[in-house]
Design a binder for this molecule. Structure first.
Ligand SMILES: Nc1ncnc2c1ncn2[C@@H]1O[C@H](COP(=O)(O)OP(=O)(O)OP(=O)(O)O)[C@@H](O)[C@H]1O
Ligand SMILES: [Mg+2]
Length: 499
């Protein structure tokens, strides 16, 4: 489609010359012209031009006034200023006011003009396309978020609505079964037993779906305590022993003595171990299962493994294993029951505890599922400071304490990192090149995910510290004056971590 160009120029000779130059440029241009500024502005507002080419010196007006007026009216079309030779100052001014480019009326005009025009149009088109794509992306993102919210609301609503009547049904069956409403005969008991078993199964399924949707949307609350993992293994193995025995399988333990305590949520890890051991029993027909524990202090973790002598898993199935509703045996697997959520839930739990879950397996010979848990929670500290030397010093202090350090030398980068990494503490210098300390604090405090992260202010300026000190006690931030003293710095970080 032809590009429409408006030429605002009071000299009819130049209009003619410019028209000719554009005609010869080999592009499809449709050129309109206006002899004075007012008329030019009017036409720009009324019509859509792909480019405005405007002389700087117009009767009673400067091209700069035209540009300002057009921009004020909300028109962002590319604008190229035509200036007389030797006036660099004007060129700078017009670019600052949002002109796309300028051309000088001298001997090079004829050669330069078509290039400048095409470049300005292309750049504008590219910008519009980028804006359009960004807008489309944001819209589709919003849509996805909405759909996701609807989906998880739906899941939890349905699950809750199912749970209540199910509990009532189970209660009813239990009361009739236990004979408190009168004797029942063996046939009746048998049917009621079947009904109760199925209700229990349905309830487990609903619990799993609900658990998974909570874990997936990070709404599950963890209660983490320093605890002994071996006693948990003892408990889970004891509850599953009879199931293994009934299948004629051994269920042994090989637990490391004097295993250090680990920070974990006992109920949740119980759920993971129960699933791993029950899977091992389900998919093993002869031989048995060994549950082992060991620590690797160098890598700051304990590893628990569940090894079976069962059917194992085909290599190509491994990536599917930890996804929701995945049961590898297809329809043949009906007999083993379950919903295929066990490993997906386990993965969410272990990863949200900072650990990992993985499997080694030889098809036909067995599978070895491992989980690792962190021995000592590794705190993440983000330091935002524009001086490399301060970043280096902080990192050295923090690494010595085995904290993981993230560093940013600009405010914007710091805020992004804070959102990505979700550090446990943010150390912030108040004077950065791109953003003031208070703006950064404001943005962090108003971010949903970053609002609760404690901030330690560091500054080399007494007056800055005085300002912070002057804040009311409930909103005042902890602070340290540079140069930082290692012991004070670490003590402050520890206080914030324990708070
Ligand atoms: N030890 C194992 N040996 C062989 N295959 C396994 C083993 N553990 C899991 N699998 C395969 O991975 C699938 C997914 O396991 P997962 O625990 O997620 O689900 P499930 O046990 O089928 O059901 P659920 O745990 O929800 O009751 C299983 O259905 C099985 O095909
Ligand atoms: Mg399972």
């Amino acid at each position: 489609m032809a590009k429409k160009i408006l030429l605002i120029e009071d000299n009819p000779d130049y209009i003619m010359i410019t028209r000719r130059i554009l005609e010869q440029a080999g592009k499809e241009y449709e050129v309109d012209s206006a002899l004075e500024a007012q008329e030019g502005i009017r036409r720009v507002i009324e019509e859509n031009y792909n480019l405005i080419l405007c002389d700087y010196r117009l009767p009673g007006y400067s091209g700069l006034d035209v540009l300002k007026e057009i921009r004020k009216q909300g028109k962002d079309s590319p604008f190229v200023m035509v200036t007389s030779a030797g006036n660099e100052k004007i060129a700078v001014d017009v670019l600052q006011e949002g002109a796309s480019d300028y051309v000088v009326k001298d001997s090079s005009y004829e050669n330069i003009l078509p290039m400048v025009i095409q470049k300005a149009i292309d750049r504008y088109d590219a910008k519009k396309e980028k804006e359009w794509l960004e807008k489309a992306l944001i819209e589709s993102n919003e849509k996805l978020k909405e759909m996701y919210a609807v989906k998880s609301d739906f899941t939890s609503m349905v699950s809750h609505e199912l749970r209540t009547p199910l509990t009532a049904i189970r209660e009813g069956i239990t009361i009739v079964l236990d004979g408190s409403l009168g004797e029942i005969n063996n046939d009746q008991k048998e049917f009621l037993d079947v009904a109760k078993r199925n209700v229990d199964r349905l309830k487990r399924l609903i619990d799993d779906v609900l658990d998974f949707s909570k874990l997936e949307s990070k709404r599950m609350i963890f209660e983490i305590r320093q605890d002994d993992i071996n006693t948990l293994i003892d408990e889970v193995v004891a509850t599953q022993a009879s199931v293994a025995q009934r299948k004629g399988l051994y269920l042994n333990k090989e637990l490391a003595a004097d295993l250090p305590k680990v920070g974990f949520d006992r109920d949740k890890v119980n759920q993971v171990l129960s699933n791993l051991i029950s899977n091992a029993i389900k998919f093993t027909e002869s031989g048995g299962i060994v549950v082992s524990s060991r620590s690797n202090e160098q890598e700051n973790k304990v590893i628990i493994s569940v090894t079976d002598t069962g059917q194992g898993i085909e290599k190509e199935d491994i990536p599917k294993l930890f996804q929701k509703y995945q049961q590898l045996g297809g329809v043949n697997q009906r007999k083993t029951g379950g919903t295929g959520l066990g490993l997906a839930i386990s993965k969410q739990i272990i990863e949200q505890l900072g650990g990992k879950i993985w499997v080694d397996t030889i098809p036909g010979e067995g599978a070895k599922f491992h989980i690792s848990l962190l021995l000592k929670r590794q705190y993440k500290i983000l330091v935002i400071d524009d001086e490399e030397i301060v970043l280096d010093v902080c990192e050295k202090f923090l690494t010595r304490e085995q904290y993981i350090t993230f560093r940013a030398s600009e405010g914007a980068v710091g805020i992004k990192l804070a959102n990505d990494v979700l550090p446990d503490v943010i150390v912030l210098d108040m004077k950065l090149k791109d953003m003031g300390g208070y703006e950064i604090i404001g943005r962090l405090k108003s971010g949903k995910d970053t609002a609760h992260i404690p901030i330690l202010v560091i500054s080399g300026y007494e007056d800055e510290i005085a300002r912070i000190k002057a804040q009311p006690e409930d909103i005042a931030l902890p602070y340290l004056l540079k140069p930082l003293d290692r012991e004070q710095f670490i003590a402050q970080i520890k206080t914030l971590l324990s708070g």
